[in-house]
Design a binder for this molecule. Structure first.
Ligand SMILES: Nc1nc2c(c(=O)[nH]1)N[C@H]1C(S)=C(S)[C@@H](COP(=O)(O)OP(=O)(O)OC[C@H]3O[C@@H](n4cnc5c(=O)[nH]c(N)nc54)[C@H](O)[C@@H]3O)O[C@H]1N2
Ligand SMILES: Nc1nc2c(c(=O)[nH]1)N[C@H]1C(S)=C(S)[C@@H](COP(=O)(O)OP(=O)(O)OC[C@H]3O[C@@H](n4cnc5c(=O)[nH]c(N)nc54)[C@H](O)[C@@H]3O)O[C@H]1N2
Ligand code: SF4
Ligand SMILES: [Mo]
Length: 729
């Protein structure tokens, strides 16, 4: 008898003994999916599921959300505060009191010796909003340094800057439901199925109900590009040229919405005159999209009863990032596609709480989109917190990308990193390493003790993760959702909220400013600051209870609002946040300032993400069922280019740029053109050893995606060894 044939029994999946479901929100990407975590009778987490009643995800989760509950006990978690005199020496475990006392003393010493701004703070888009607000109070109000920023400068800074320039204020004006109403969608440098899988699912559902054209602009044939009706494989860094050429066609053929332009915008004549230089006949040679296609796409977009654009890092991470955003806004303004169902300019944000930090962290100003440059705002916040307005700087200090060079020059001597890992995520990491070695004090506050940046720290604060904490996030469509404290903090780790609050007690102003006991009380305090004439970021009608009941509420949601729905869209009345209430049409000229492929470095180096990993893999690298899909750094390369160089599939190659080199495994695929390679940036000591990261002049965001490299075969055994040794996690 053949083995098992007769006696084979169906596999039984044991029923998980869930006694209680607890509500929370995903802490990876900005989609903002509602999750329920299942606990058994011993309060142990056994499973999780998407919340079927949440409008955002309607029961769905992607692979990361489904496995997120595996994080709590993942390897490498920080158990206790650590301290040492010099980096590279062995750490000693210490108590929270000692760690906080030492940190605050050292911060004060540095500030006394070199000035207040010689100590810098760099945070993230991954804390809870109440934590951001509290960190802002601590940094702006107590420590008093102006060199305070977040990793959002690597991520959303161009979108923020573009929104401010066009509309007078930050805040994505559209929502996911716009897919249900649009008649044409353009997606610039955004790969939804991998990076925002549940937004993609919402788009697909809308497309199944009612067909409309999907146009994808991306130099790679991404998953989204494969599902597109029209794919425009643009020359890297030239989106502005494409949009200018589309505007040329729209004006040339009189396809603009002149009534909307006249009533609600300013700057039309200049825009019209600048785009005259971008006739598709000539523009096609710059942007790599042929003349006819430019004309067709322009007509399709302008004639659609409602058309919308979305974009992500293909636009933001560019030397023309802010201009690119303004130009997408131009396209939507001249076709009357802002603030109407299916007509919008929607930046797809990145990290789970990229929005929360923009709104409340005081990184680039003061809480609630207030500005340091505005005297009334300084006074209002100082009075509210109970400190002297003169304590605030009168304009914004350095961004993250300018803080590191200031460490190189010795202007900055101490740094506190909170939930960010620049040793892997910043461009040109050799320079970052050197900068770290220059510091007199580096404090790293992270969930993981083994995070690469911690190699250079003097003090390490172990933070609690995700649903070990309580607070809110804001997603891409301005929806505020709740993270509940599902299980107690791991080991001796503490919520970031607690760490900031305890730190504040060690500074003079911390005794004057009130720091509420709980995140919920902090949220109630923020509500007061959200009210005011002309404020769109109004959360005064919300409460934790209402947010939980609604499974997320969009702002503005004003006090007294009936029902549980906030405003789905901004600028529905055509009134913007500029002094004249009109939107600015901003003429954008293209300057070709990127590093370009040349004889010595003949390939474009492009980088981005894959669905199963999140950023520097501190979390997903620890979750077996995520990590198994791509445990090793690899590179997408075109088979024709590989053949020319004698490079075979699944062999190691060395990449060299003007900054450094890296060894990766090759995956041959037609997803990339012949003159480009693409590397997921999730791996330590890999793509960011090579990147240049020229900065956008407005947003200071690095052009991660446009630089050049050469590719060479290497001895396979040696490469395998290097690879193994450098990333044994
Ligand atoms: N699975 C997963 N999801 C994530 C994340 C993650 O790490 N993993 N991170 C989150 C975060 S913080 C962010 S910011 C988002 C990022 O989300 P996305 O921006 O969608 O992701 P990327 O892969 O960085 O880049 C998108 C595309 O930009 C294209 N591109 C490169 N240069 C150009 C160009 O010049 N023009 C145009 N039009 N396109 C170009 C690239 O080929 C790439 O396919 O994802 C979020 N979601
Ligand atoms: N080449 C290239 N480089 C890039 C990009 C690219 O496309 N290409 N994309 C850029 C973009 S868009 C982004 S957003 C950045 C991301 O860059 P980083 O922010 O440096 O990357 P993360 O891995 O998300 O780092 C977050 C850290 O916070 C920790 N953490 C998680 N939750 C908590 C918490 O609750 N509290 C505390 N204290 N710590 C926590 C994690 O363990 C992790 O170490 O990378 C940028 N770098
Ligand atoms: S789509 Fe984003 S928010 Fe939703 S489960 Fe996946 S990672 Fe989490
Ligand atoms: Mo990001």
């Amino acid at each position: 008898m053949l083995f098992g044939q007769k006696k084979r029994k169906p596999i039984k999946i044991p029923v998980k003994p869930v006694k209680e479901w607890k509500y929370t929100t995903c802490n990876y990407c900005s989609v903002g999916c509602s999750i329920e975590i299942g606990l058994d009778e011993d309060k142990k987490i056994v499973t999780s599921r998407g919340h079927a009643g949440a409008d955002v995800n309607r029961g769905k989760l992607c692979i990361k959300g489904l496995l997120e509950h595996d994080l709590f006990n993942s390897p490498g978690r920080g158990t206790d505060p650590l301290i040492r005199e010099k980096h590279y020496e062995a750490f000693e475990k210490t108590t929270w009191d000692k760690a906080l006392d030492t940190a605050s003393e050292k911060i004060k010493n540095i500030q006394e010796k070199y000035g207040r701004d010689s100590f810098a703070v760099v945070s993230t888009g991954q804390l809870l909003t109440e934590e951001f607000y509290t960190l802002g109070k601590l940094t702006r109000g107590c420590i008093g340094t102006n060199n305070y920023d977040g990793n959002t400068t690597l991520c959303m800074a161009s979108a923020v800057s573009g929104y401010k320039r066009s509309f007078g204020s930050d805040g994505p004006p559209g929502c996911y439901a716009d897919f249900e109403h649009t008649h044409c969608l353009m997606a610039f440098g955004s790969n939804l199925p991998e990076q925002h899988p549940i937004i993609y699912w919402r788009l697909k559902e809308a497309l199944e109900k009612r067909k409309f054209p999907l146009i994808v602009i991306d130099p790679r044939v991404t998953m989204l590009a494969q599902f597109a009706d029209i794919h425009l494989p643009i020359t890297p860094g030239t989106d502005c040229v494409l949009i200018n050429a589309m505007l040329y066609v729209i004006f040339d053929e009189g396809l603009q919405d002149q009534a909307y332009i006249d009533a609600n915008t300013q700057g039309f004549e200049e825009l019209k005159s600048v785009v005259q230089d971008y006739n598709p006949k000539s523009a096609q040679h710059l942007c790599g999209i042929d003349e006819d296609t430019i004309r067709n796409v322009a007509r399709l977009y302008a004639r659609a009863p409602a058309a919308m654009s979305i974009w992500t890092m293909g636009i933001n991470q560019s030397t023309h990032g802010s201009d690119g955003v303004c130009n997408i806004n131009n396209l939507n303004l001249v076709t009357g596609n802002i603030g109407k169902p299916g007509g919008t300019s929607l930046s797809i944000t990145g990290q789970c709480n990229a929005m929360g930090t923009r709104e409340w962290s005081s990184c680039s100003g003061l809480p609630g989109y207030r500005l340091l440059e505005n005297e009334n705002h300084r006074e209002e916040i100082a009075n509210f917190w109970g400190i002297d307005p003169e304590f605030f700087p009168k304009k914004r200090g350095l961004t993250q990308t300018d803080i590191f060079p200031a460490i190189e020059t010795g202007e900055i001597k101490g740094l506190w990193l909170i939930a960010t890992n620049p040793m892997t995520s910043m461009p040109n990491t050799a320079r970052i390493r050197k900068a770290f070695e220059n510091l007199e004090l580096l404090i790293v506050q992270d969930v993981y003790e083994d995070v690469e940046t911690n190699q250079y720290s003097h003090i390490y604060f172990p933070a609690s993760v995700w649903a070990e904490k309580e607070g809110v996030h804001t997603n891409t469509e301005r929806r505020v959702n709740l993270i509940s404290n599902v299980i107690p903090a791991y080991a001796n780790s503490k919520p970031d909220f607690w760490i900031f609050k305890e730190m504040s007690k060690r500074f003079d102003n911390g005794k004057a400013i009130d720091f509420p006991e709980t995140p919920e009380e902090t949220f109630e305090e923020m509500k007061k600051l959200s009210v005011g004439e002309g404020r769109t970021l109004d959360i005064s009608g919300m409460s934790y209870e209402k947010i939980r009941e609604a499974r997320g509420i969009q702002w503005p949601y004003r006090e007294g609002t009936e029902g549980l729905l906030g405003d789905a869209r901004l600028y529905t009345d055509g009134k913007f946040q500029t002094p004249s209430k009109k939107a600015n049409l901003i003429a954008v000229k293209f300057f070709n300032n990127n590093e370009q492929p040349c004889n010595e470095y003949p390939f474009w180096l492009n980088s981005g993400r894959v669905v199963e990993h999140f950023h520097t893999r501190t979390r997903t690298g620890k979750i077996g069922n995520c990590n198994k899909f791509s445990p090793t750094p690899y590179m997408e390369m075109n088979p024709d280019a590989a053949q020319e160089l004698g490079i075979a599939h699944q062999t190691y190659v060395r990449l060299t740029s003007r900054r450094g080199d890296a060894v990766v495994l090759v995956q041959l695929t037609q997803r990339v053109p012949r003159n480009m390679v693409f590397i997921p940036f999730h791996f330590y000591d890999c793509v960011n050893r090579l990147t240049l990261g020229l900065l956008d002049p407005y947003s200071r965001q690095p052009a991660f995606k446009q630089c050049s490299v050469r590719v060479e075969p290497v001895a396979q055994h040696e490469a395998a060894r290097i690879n193994y040794e450098s990333r044994a996690f």
